[in-house]
Design a binder for this molecule. Sequence first.
Ligand code: ZN
Length: 278
Amino acid sequence: MSARPLVDHSRLSINTATTRAQWTLAEAIKGYATLGVRGISVWRDQLADCGQKEAARLLADHGMTVTGLCRGGMFPAATAAERQAAIDDNLRAIEEAVAIGAQCLVLVVGGLPKGSKDIAGARSMVLDGLSAILEFARSAGMPLAIEPLHPMYAADRACVNTMAQANDLCDRLGPGVGIAVDVYHVWWDPDLEREISRAGSRILAFHICDWLVPTRDLLLDRGMMGDGVIDIPRIRGWVEAAGYDGFHEVEIFSAETWWKRDPNEVVNTCKERYLTVV
Ligand code: ZN
């Protein structure tokens, strides 16, 4: 099933990573709002630079919906002390997400500890880390959004690589944990339609960009929607059939292309492509 055409920008969100080379958080809030974008997803380093109180004020003044705070996670580590430090950092991230009224805290769960070849062990550290922060997240009312990452990041960023794995974690952990579906990471998965349907109301966020051929950099060469090979409307249709009716968040890391453009042009291109290829 394919999605109905989008007719306005009321559910368009932009992740500040998309303009991070050009705009500070304060500039991004003003810039997006001025161009009619109502949703924003915020990164913690930019939030720290801006200051939590000032960021919360700017977001409220501009009427922005905060579709996520990026990011928590990074649970696996070689020592118990480092794993505890990661847990403590996640607890702080939950507080930051609450402070800016984010709809969820996005989790990039982490890869292999330094020197390790034990990916099963890393995955159990992820489960342990999630278990350790879940009660706090529940009491704070902050949903945790596990983001499965493309398997090319399994070693260094996230050893949760499929929707099926994320769904299994949600089954184990119960309420308070959901999933951020990013087309860049999951478009290739033969089980995607079934696992999106299985996720249902667990879907907390929907991230969009495109997969370029060739991809020249594993991290910083994401494409603008429409410039690559992902059938975004089809995946959006699945996500919406599963019950998701939230924002569509553009998240483009693009060192050689979009980070070199005028940020107003980047946002305007996002808006234009949103109505034509999303
Ligand atoms: Zn994402």
